[in-house]
Ligand binder design. Structure first.
Ligand code: GLN
Length: 313
């Protein structure tokens, strides 16, 4: 196995600055998510990258302190909460297999009697939100507080305009929620679950916040900020494994091939990746590839992995 290159903060800062320069030519090749009207208003040529390391330092470059819409990246934190609150209970409702289909695919859910393939496709995430609704009146707030606690504070919040914009247009997610209800996978009313899920997706944070929030996943669940474990080690292993196999939707395989790290993306253009025992990396750039993952963000993570050897490969 190759040793990861020892990086001082200084060299890391240089690398991130180089990455900002290298990704620029890829602007304009992807497309900003337009199906949530409020998200379409974002400047497409934003790019930020941040790395949090085990010593509590973070290094960043580009638009690293600008909060953006986390969208499906929040599924990573909602899953941790479900595992925290109910242990392995959630796996009685949701599978652990890659879907091989788009994140909001409906037919496969119906064919498989309302059991979502994994907690990161929308069907699975709606189920996790429903599960958390049984434990908290305001799931978006619960997830926000968990992100805050993991990161030791964040610059973002719930963007109610983005939430309202998605709720007004969430026909596909409503259809998914109804199929889930038909099969008894969710307990609450489909509309209530979709509304809670859309508010959860509307949480904002910067890449610096996000890298910090994911750092416990690189540290066996230990949070530097609270000075204690926030997630049991065996749960961290489950979360990282499911990220590795399902975190990037229908291009999880090619992402693993190119980057080789467990990661979770969102249609806001954020991706967070975890290098167990080394650190966590967050990128943001709003233009997406065909699978709905940040095109420039993926290139940046590929460059990062190539240069640091932070990779499972
Ligand atoms: N809120 C978005 C949706 O459900 C999240 C999707 C995503 O980020 N991939 O469509």
């Amino acid at each position: 196995m190759r040793e990861p290159r020892p990086l001082t903060s200084y060299r890391l800062a240089d690398l991130l600055a180089d990455i900002v320069d290298h990704v620029r030519p890829a602007f304009g090749k992807g497309k900003v998510a337009g199906y949530i009207p409020e998200l379409a208003k974002v400047n497409p040529r934003k790019f930020g990258i941040a790395v949090a390391t085990l010593d509590g330092a973070d290094v960043a470059a580009g638009d690293a302190d600008e909060p953006f819409s986390l969208q499906s990246v929040t599924k990573l934190f909602a899953l941790q909460l479900a595992l925290n609150r109910g242990g392995d209970d959630i796996w009685t409702r949701v599978g652990k297999e890659p879907s091989g289909t788009a994140f909001n695919h409906l037919a496969i859910l119906e064919a498989e009697q309302g059991t979502p393939r994994n907690p990161f496709v929308n069907a699975g995430a709606l189920t996790v939100t429903d599960y958390l609704m049984g434990r908290s009146g305001d799931v978006a707030k619960l997830v926000l507080e968990y992100i805050r606690a993991s990161a030791g504070g964040i610059s973002g919040d719930i963007d109610e305009a983005v939430a309202a914009s998605e709720i007004a247009t969430a026909h596909q997610n409503r259809a998914i929620a109804h199929i889930l209800k038909v099969h008894g996978t969710i307990d609450h009313a489909p509309d209530a679950v979709v509304n809670a899920y859309c508010r959860q997706c509307a949480i904002t944070a910067s890449v610096r916040d996000l890298a910090r929030a994911a750092l416990p996943l690189a540290m066996d669940g230990f949070s530097l900020h609270s000075g204690e474990s926030i997630l049991a080690q065996r749960m961290v292993r489950r979360v990282n494994a499911v990220m590795m196999t399902c975190g990037m939707y229908d291009s999880t395989g090619s992402f693993a091939y190119r980057v080789g790290l467990p990661a979770k993306s969102g249609v806001g253009g954020g991706i967070v990746a975890v290098a167990p025992g080394l650190g966590s990396i967050a990128v943001w750039s709003p233009e997406l590839d065909r699978a709905g993952n940040s095109l420039v963000g993926t290139i940046a993570l590929e460059l990062f992995a190539q240069n640091t050897h932070w990779s499972v490969l």
